[in-house]
Design a protein around this ligand. Structure first.
Ligand code: AMP
Length: 418
C-alpha cells in the first residue's frame, strides 16, 4: 500500500471516465445555454454565514460543513452546494432580472461515504432569480428533464410537490409536529430526534417502523392557499404541454430548509433506493432577502454528476467516449520521423500517438494494437529515404499500402471515413 491514498469520500476520476465526466457537463451546457442561461463560476469557499442561511435545522449546515478559520481570522466554509453562492452573487452584483445562470463544479459535505455519496461531489445546476411566474418553474424543470433525455437515461422519474408559501408551510410543519408528537411512541428513535429539530424531515424517513405514521401524516395540499394551488396547477399543465411526465409526491420535502412552493426531485430506479436521487430543486423565494438583498423570487435545481453517471452505468447509457488514437505512428528510424508525422496529424485535428524509447518494430506494433488506433502509419529507413510511408489498417483488416509521404493526410482521412 502506498503511504498516501485519496482521503475518505474523495476519488480520483481517471481517463476515460474523466472525459465522460467533462462531456456530461458539455451536454448540460448545450441544453441550458440556448435557453438563455449564462455560466457562473462562484468561488469554492465563502463566508460561513452564507451557508448558515440555508437553515439551522439542516444536516448540511449543522453536521456536514467543512468549515475552518483562515489565517486572517475569517470563518470560512467549503461550499456544500451552490445555490447560496449564486444568490449571494446576485445580491452582491445586482444584475438585471430575470437573471438566468448555470454552474458546474464540486461541493463538499462531511457525509458518511458510500457508493453514490461522497465528501467531494459534483453538481450541475441552473438558477433563475427575479421572475415570479410558474412558467419559469416549468422551463427549469423541463431543462433538467431534457438533459436526462440527452444522456439517454430512461429510468428517471420526476417527483413534484409544492411546499406552499412560508405561512402555509409553517402551519403544515405545526400540524406535522402535532401528528408525530401525538404518536411519538410508535416512531423510530432516529425519527424522534429528527422530530425535535425539523418535523418536515420525518417524512423523509425510509424506516419500516415509521412508514404507517408517515403515510397517515397530514398532506401539504390541505394547507395550500388558492394562489399556491393555482401556481402548482399551472406548473403541472405546463409540464403536460411539453410532454414532461411527472408523479405527484405529496410527501416530497427537500434536504434544505429554504424551499418554498414548487419542489421537485429526480429519482432513478436504476439506483439503490437510499441513494436514488439524481437531482432536485425548487423555489427559494426568501433566500435573497435572507442574504441581505431585496425580496426576490428564485428557483433552480442541482443535479448530482457522480450519481447521474452511476445511473448511466446501470442503464448502459452515455458510454465513455472512444479516446483511442486515429493513428499510431511506428518509427524504426530512431523516433524523429514519428515526431514530425504525429505533429502533422495532430495539427490536422486527428488523434495521433506514438511509442518512445526507440523500441523494436514488433514492440511498437504491439503498442499500436494496444492503443486501439484504427491505423498504423509506419516509417522505416526505406520509407524515409524514398519519401513514402506505410499505412496499415489495424481494426477491420484491409491491405497495407505504401503511399507518397505528401499523400499522408488525404489517405488517412479516406481510411477514417465511416
Ligand atoms: P441536494 O443539493 O442535497 O439537493 O442534492 C442534489 C443532488 O446532488 C442529489 O440528488 C445527488 O444526486 C447529489 N448529491 C448530494 N449530496 C451528494 C453526495 N454527498 N455525494 C454525491 N452526490 C450527492
Amino acid at each position: 500500500m502506498p503511504e498516501f491514498q485519496t482521503s475518505p469520500g474523495t476519488r480520483d476520476i481517471l481517463p476515460p471516465e474523466s472525459t465522460r465526466f467533462r462531456e456530461l457537463v458539455r451536454i448540460f451546457a448545450d441544453v441550458v445555454a440556448p435557453a438563455g442561461y449564462g455560466e457562473i463560476i462562484p468561488p469554492m469557499f465563502e463566508d460561513l454565514g452564507v451557508f448558515h442561511r440555508l437553515g439551522e435545522a439542516t444536516d448540511v449546515v449543522t453536521k456536514e460543513m467543512y468549515d475552518f478559520v483562515d489565517k486572517g481570522g475569517r470563518h470560512i466554509a467549503l461550499r456544500p452546494e451552490q445555490t447560496a453562492s449564486v444568490v449571494r452573487a446576485f445580491v452582491q452584483h445586482s444584475p438585471l432580472v430575470p437573471w438566468k445562470v448555470w454552474y458546474a463544479g464540486p461541493n463538499f459535505r462531511y457525509e458518511k461515504p458510500q457508493l453514490g455519496r461522497y465528501r467531494q461531489f459534483d453538481q450541475v445546476g441552473v438558477e433563475v432569480l427575479g421572475a415570479n411566474d410558474p412558467y419559469v418553474d416549468v422551463e427549469v424543470i423541463a431543462l433538467a428533464w431534457q438533459f436526462y433525455e440527452r444522456l439517454g437515461l430512461r429510468r428517471v422519474t420526476l417527483l413534484l410537490n409544492s411546499l406552499g408559501n412560508p405561512d402555509e408551510r409553517r402551519r403544515y410543519v405545526d400540524a406535522l409536529a402535532a401528528h408525530f408528537t401525538a404518536n411519538a411512541d410508535a416512531l423510530s428513535a432516529e425519527s424522534r430526534v429528527t422530530l425535535q429539530r425539523n418535523p418536515l424531515r420525518v417524512l423523509d424517513s425510509k424506516r419500516d417502523q415509521d412508514a404507517a405514521l408517515v403515510e397517515a401524516a397530514p398532506k401539504i395540499a390541505e394547507f395550500w392557499s388558492d394562489g399556491t394551488a393555482a401556481h402548482f396547477e399551472t406548473v403541472c399543465t405546463g409540464l403536460q404541454a411539453l410532454g414532461v411526465p411527472y408523479t405527484l409526491a405529496p410527501r416530497l420535502v427537500r434536504g434544505l430548509d429554504y424551499y418554498r412552493r414548487t419542489t421537485f426531485e429526480f429519482a432513478s430506479d436504476a439506483l439503490e433506493s437510499a441513494q436514488n436521487a439524481v437531482g432536485g430543486g425548487g423555489r427559494y423565494d426568501g433566500l435573497a432577502e435572507d442574504l441581505g438583498g431585496a425580496p426576490t423570487p428564485g428557483i433552480g435545481f442541482a443535479l448530482g454528476v457522480d450519481r447521474t453517471l452511476l445511473a448511466c452505468d446501470l442503464e448502459g447509457a452515455f458510454a465513455a467516449p472512444d479516446l483511442a488514437p486515429h493513428v499510431f505512428v511506428v518509427d524504426t528510424t530512431g523516433g524523429r520521423e514519428a515526431l514530425i508525422v504525429t505533429n502533422e496529424l495532430r495539427a490536422a485535428g486527428l488523434r495521433a500517438d506514438r511509442a518512445f524509447e526507440n523500441r523494436s518494430m514488433k514492440s511498437q506494433m504491439k503498442a499500436a494494437d494496444r492503443s486501439g488506433a484504427a491505423l498504423a502509419v509506419i516509417v522505416g529507413t526505406n520509407e524515409r529515404d524514398t519519401d513514402t510511408v506505410v499505412v496499415r489498417p489495424l481494426r477491420d483488416g484491409g491491405e497495407q499500402t505504401v503511399i507518397p509521404r505528401v499523400a499522408l493526410l488525404d489517405t488517412v482521412r479516406k481510411h477514417l471515413e465511416p
